[in-house]
Design a protein around this ligand. Structure first.
Ligand SMILES: O=C(O)C1=N[C@H](C(=O)O)C[C@H](O)C1
Length: 285
């Protein structure tokens, strides 16, 4: 299975009373698919999964699964424990899990591979390794990513290494067959696509969805001049949306555009400041 294209890691909108605004979530999911997204991601970092109750997480997955079913769009769900992975078997719309490298523990690359081997063996869906060292504290070399790619039931990586480095180049130069690379560092998505990524899981693409979809299409079609131009235009937008912790600015923009009922985030996140909102709206044009 190769997951090409643009995946939107859905924010979790909150209502004035602090509850999850499920109707707004459903609208947003449909809107991004209307605007050219390939598929949806529920409970990515952007969805603030650690700040939701178990019931809320279940409700979010149900909304995303319903929209995916109705729109025949692939759904990826954040899940990092055997129990959370097992529950995904209830939803035929789920094509893969987004499974983060164990954070904070820093088990070393061999520990990460053993961890994924165990999770993948018991999972009803294939795993996408969520490689985000600046959040987890655990770096993965190209060699470690190749060992992960060789595991049964591991289908790809959401690559968010904080930029492109020699390991990125080495991995992309010799990708294991059938292993999907989805960019997860919004600012670097264009160069990653240029060297062969299959697509992206991009919080920035809640806004300017059609432009991010066009960026991926242009790189895949080999339309270099167009792809470069779109990429250079979108990078400052992404930078402005990540000027404060994700997804605070994106939520502020979506609220300012009337797409979600509040810009609220839950602690430990604090709402984005007005300057960040103004700057992002300016980039959006
Ligand atoms: O939720 C996600 O998936 C994403 N999270 C990243 C992060 O917050 O570090 C950013 C990326 O756009 C998608």
């Amino acid at each position: 299975m190769t997951l090409n294209g643009l995946y939107i890691p859905l924010i979790t909108p909150f209502a004035e009373d602090g509850t999850v605004a499920l109707a707004a979530l459903e609208r947003l999911a449909n809107d991004v698919l209307d605007d050219g997204a390939t598929g949806l991601v529920a409970l990515g970092t952007t969805g603030e999964p650690g700040s939701l109750t178990e019931d809320e997480r279940r409700a979010v997955i149900e909304v995303a699964a319903r929209v995916s079913r109705e729109r025949s769009a692939p759904l990826v769900v954040g899940a990092a424990t055997p129990e959370a992975l097992a529950a995904l078997g209830e939803h035929p719309e789920v094509v893969a899990s987004l499974t983060v490298v164990p954070p904070f523990v820093r088990p070393g690359e061999a520990g990460v591979v053993a961890h994924f081997e165990r999770l993948a063996a018991g999972s009803p869906v294939p795993l996408i390794v969520y490689d985000v060292p600046y959040r987890t504290g655990q770096y993965l070399s190209a060699d470690a990513l190749r060992r992960l790619a060789a595991l049964p039931n591991v289908t790809g990586v959401k690559y968010a290494g904080g930029g492109l480095n020699p390991d990125t180049i080495a991995l992309m130069a010799d990708l294991p067959p059938g292993f999907t690379v989805l960019g997860g560092d919004d600012i670097y998505i264009s160069p990653l696509l240029a060297i062969g990524a299959h697509g992206g899981i991009l919080a920035s693409a809640h806004v300017a969805t059609a432009d991010f979809a066009a960026l991926i299409t242009a790189w895949h079609a080999g339309d270099v001049a167009n792809a470069r131009a779109i990429g250079h235009r979108l990078a400052p937008l992404s930078a402005s949306l990540f000027a404060e912790p994700n997804p605070t600015v994106t939520k502020a923009v979506l609220h300012a555009k009337g797409r979600i009922p509040t810009p609220d985030v839950r602690l430990p996140l604090l709402p984005a400041g007005p300057e960040s909102l103004t700057a992002a709206l300016k980039e959006l044009g």
